[in-house]
Ligand binder design. Structure first.
Ligand code: GDP
Length: 297
């Protein structure tokens, strides 16, 4: 499970300071050294670590006194608040179009889990919010992609819009939105093509789809297991296409969690959901505060 190593290290660091009735600057410094190492070991981006340590140190040294907490507990509180802020602070909900349908473009590199996550998100919207999404197969290049989405659609008993693999993805997306309007779907989830690497052709196609359907959200699906690569992919997609949020997959795997802790800081775009397994119900909204609590114990 993600964050285990980080949680262990941070929790033992926090344990040392928790009971202290007096916290000196040297105590904070020593603790920050350990927090820094724990974060770097978890593969958190170097600049993100530096900024984080700076913020926590400033607040922890000159902090306000709260009668209910020991000085040690107050330092821990600061770490938790800053960790929560680092991951985005408040939970970020899906932006809903004032005029249905809400259009969501799903983008990402091949293998990140984009198609699976499209199915998971549709399932989530129906089960948790009683919505009626239309899934759209706009990846016409990967031979099995359309079939994969149709299979997912069957499993969750939801319609999948396809025009086969001979029609331009921009036209597929436009027609799908028209169809959704006619059939009173309140969400349209467009599964776009992925590639092994970011290339100009892929970005151009995604930009054209974006211009044609003006999505309310563009969710980048990234594999948390790929660590710093995930952060770089997010940075590139954000610069070239402009994403509105990130869905981190495979957080159930053996990831050190660095991507989850860096992506928000590097892209300034919120993590909206996390994938916690291959099954269709293993998608959860991302709560920065809960995640920080889990990490710090
Ligand atoms: P795409 O190429 O980005 O569309 O990727 P797929 O949706 O085909 O997913 C690639 C693989 O990742 C599949 O075997 C999925 O079952 C798996 N996968 C997707 N999300 C998760 C997740 O959150 N956890 C785990 N363990 N596997 C996932």
């Amino acid at each position: 499970m993600a964050f285990e190593g980080l949680a262990d290290r941070l929790q033992s660091t926090m344990q040392k300071i928790r009971g202290k009735g007096k916290v000196t600057e040297a105590d904070v410094k020593a603790m920050m050294r350990e927090v820094r190492l724990a974060l770097l070991y978890a593969d958190v981006n170097l600049k993100v670590v530096k900024d984080f340590i700076k913020k926590v140190s400033e607040r922890a040294v000159g902090q306000e006194v709260m009668r209910s907490l020991t000085p040690g507990q107050q330092v821990i509180k600061v770490v938790k608040e800053e960790l929560t802020a680092l991951m985005g602070g408040e939970q970020s909900k899906i932006a809903v179009s004032p005029k249905p349908p809400t259009v969501i473009m799903m983008v990402g590199l091949q293998g990140a889990g984009k198609t699976t996550t499209t199915g998971k998100l549709a399932n989530h919207l129906r089960k948790k919010h009683n919505r009626n999404p239309l899934l759209v197969a706009a990846d016409i290049y990967r031979p099995a992609a359309i079939k994969q989405l149709q299979t997912l659609g069957k499993q969750i008993n939801m319609p999948v819009f396809t025009l086969g693999d001979k029609v331009n993805p921009v036209d597929i997306a436009k027609k799908a939105v028209e169809q959704a309007r006619t059939d009173h779907h309140d969400y349209v989830l467009i599964d776009t093509a992925g590639r092994l690497h970011i290339d100009g052709e892929l970005m151009d196609e995604l930009k054209n789809i974006k211009d044609a359907v003006k999505p309310d959200e563009i969710f980048l699906v990234v594999d948390a297991m790929t660590g710093q690569d995930a952060v770089n992919v997010a940075k590139s997609f954000n610069e070239q296409l402009g994403i509105t949020g990130v869905i981190l997959t495979k957080l159930d795997g053996d990831t050190r969690g660095g991507a989850a802790l860096s992506i928000r800081a590097v892209t300034e775009k919120p993590i909206k959901f996390v994938g916690l397994g291959e099954k269709l119900d293993q998608l959860e909204p991302f709560h920065p505060e809960r995640m920080a609590s889990r990490i710090l114990g």
